[in-house]
Design a binder for this molecule. Structure first.
Ligand SMILES: *[C@@H]1O[C@H](CO)[C@@H](O)[C@H](O)[C@H]1NC(C)=O
Ligand SMILES: *[C@@H]1O[C@H](CO)[C@@H](O)[C@H](O)[C@H]1NC(C)=O
Ligand SMILES: *[C@@H]1O[C@H](CO)[C@@H](O)[C@H](O)[C@H]1NC(C)=O
Ligand SMILES: [Cu+2]
Length: 255
C-alpha cells in the first residue's frame, strides 16, 4: 500500500515547471513524501501519512507581507509528523531547481497551542527561528556560486538540502519551514516556502528553547526596506560584491 502511494506521487511530482519547492524529506534512510501541488488533492488531504502542509502552486510569493509566506498557499495542516531525534539532519529534496541566486533558510517553530499539536496549529501565530542557512559559496553576487545553484542536479536525481536539528532542542512537535529566496529579478524577490510537521525526540539532557532575539513572525521578518531582500543584482556595485549577509536573526544552534 505504502509503495503504491509512494510511486504514484513520484509520477505526479515529475511534472516539470519553471518554479518548484521542497517535494520530499529524508531523515537517515527514510523518505517522507511531501504534498504534490499538482496531485489529487482529495486523496492527499485525507492521507494519514501526509507530513507536509498543503500547497497548490509552485509559483513564487512576491509580497513580503503575504499571509502565504508562512506555509505557502493555502498551508493547511498535515495529519502526520516526521519523527526525528534532536541532533539528526533533516534533508529536503527538490527536483530540477532552476534559480541560482539568493539565500536558503531552514526555520523551526514550536507548535505552541495547548496540546502542542501541529495538526491544529495556526502558522501565523508561530515564533520562528533559524536552524540553518545557505548563501553565497564563492565568487560574486551575480555570477558566483550560491548553494541554490550548487545543490541543483540536472540528471533527474533529487537536489538535496540538509540541516541539523539542534541537539539540545527541547523535544516536542515543531513546524519546519524550508525557504528559498530567489533574487534574479531586480527588486522583485521571490519566496518559495514549504512547511512540514516534525516530532522531535531527544535526550532532554540540555533541553533548550531559543531566546527572544532569535524569534520572528512570518510574514514580518522580510520587508522591501531590507537591502538584502530588495536588491538589483545586475547593478555593478551589487553584482561584483563577494559577500552577501543573509538577513534575519542569527541561526540558533542550541549551544
Ligand atoms: C519524491 O518522492 C517520490 C516518491 O518516493 C519520488 O518518486 C520522487 O522522485 C521524489 N522526488 C524527489 C525530488 O526527491
Ligand atoms: C499571496 O501569494 C499567492 C501565491 O503567489 C497569491 O496567489 C496571492 O494572490 C498572494 N496574496 C496577496 C494578498 O498578495
Ligand atoms: C548535516 O547537515 C549539515 C548542515 O548542512 C552538514 O554540514 C552535514 O554535512 C550534514 N551531515 C550529513 C551526514 O549529511
Ligand atoms: Cu521560478
Amino acid at each position: 500500500m505504502w509503495q503504491v502511494i509512494v510511486s504514484m506521487i513520484g509520477v505526479l511530482a515529475h511534472r516539470v515547471s519553471a518554479h518548484g519547492g521542497a517535494l520530499n524529506y529524508t531523515v537517515g534512510e527514510t523518505w517522507y513524501p511531501g504534498y504534490d501541488p499538482y496531485g489529487d488533492q482529495t486523496m492527499q488531504d485525507s492521507a494519514d501519512w501526509m507530513v507536509q502542509r498543503k500547497w497548490i502552486t509552485n509559483d513564487p510569493i512576491f509580497e513580503t507581507s503575504n499571509h502565504s509566506l508562512s506555509c505557502n498557499t493555502p498551508g493547511n495542516p498535515a495529519r502526520s509528523y516526521i519523527p526525528i531525534t534532536a541532533g539528526q539532519n533533516i534533508t529536503a529534496a527538490y527536483a530540477y531547481w532552476v534559480h541560482t541566486v539568493g539565500p536558503m533558510i531552514a526555520w523551526l517553530a514550536h507548535c505552541a497551542n495547548d496540546a502542542n499539536d501541529c495538526t491544529t496549529f495556526d502558522s501565523s501565530t508561530a515564533d520562528w527561528f533559524k536552524i540553518g542557512q545557505k548563501g553565497l559559496l564563492e565568487g560574486s553576487i551575480e555570477t558566483g556560486v550560491w548553494f541554490q545553484k550548487a545543490f541543483s542536479h540536472w540528471d533527474g536525481s533529487p537536489s538535496l538540502w540538509s540541516e541539523t536539528i539542534p541537539k539540545s532542542l527541547k523535544p516536542g512537535k515543531y513546524l519546519i519551514r524550508h525557504e528559498i529566496i530567489s533574487l534574479h529579478s531586480a527588486n522583485k524577490p521571490q519566496f518559495y516556502p514549504e512547511c512540514a510537521h516534525l516530532d522531535v525526540k531527544g535526550s532532554g539532557e540540555a533541553a533548550k528553547a531559543p531566546g527572544k532575539e532569535y524569534l520572528v513572525k512570518i510574514p514580518g521578518v522580510w520587508s522591501m526596506d531590507q537591502p538584502e531582500i530588495n536588491l538589483d543584482i545586475y547593478q555593478p556595485e551589487v553584482s561584483t560584491r563577494t559577500e552577501y549577509i543573509i538577513p534575519g536573526p542569527s541561526v540558533w544552534t542550541g549551544s
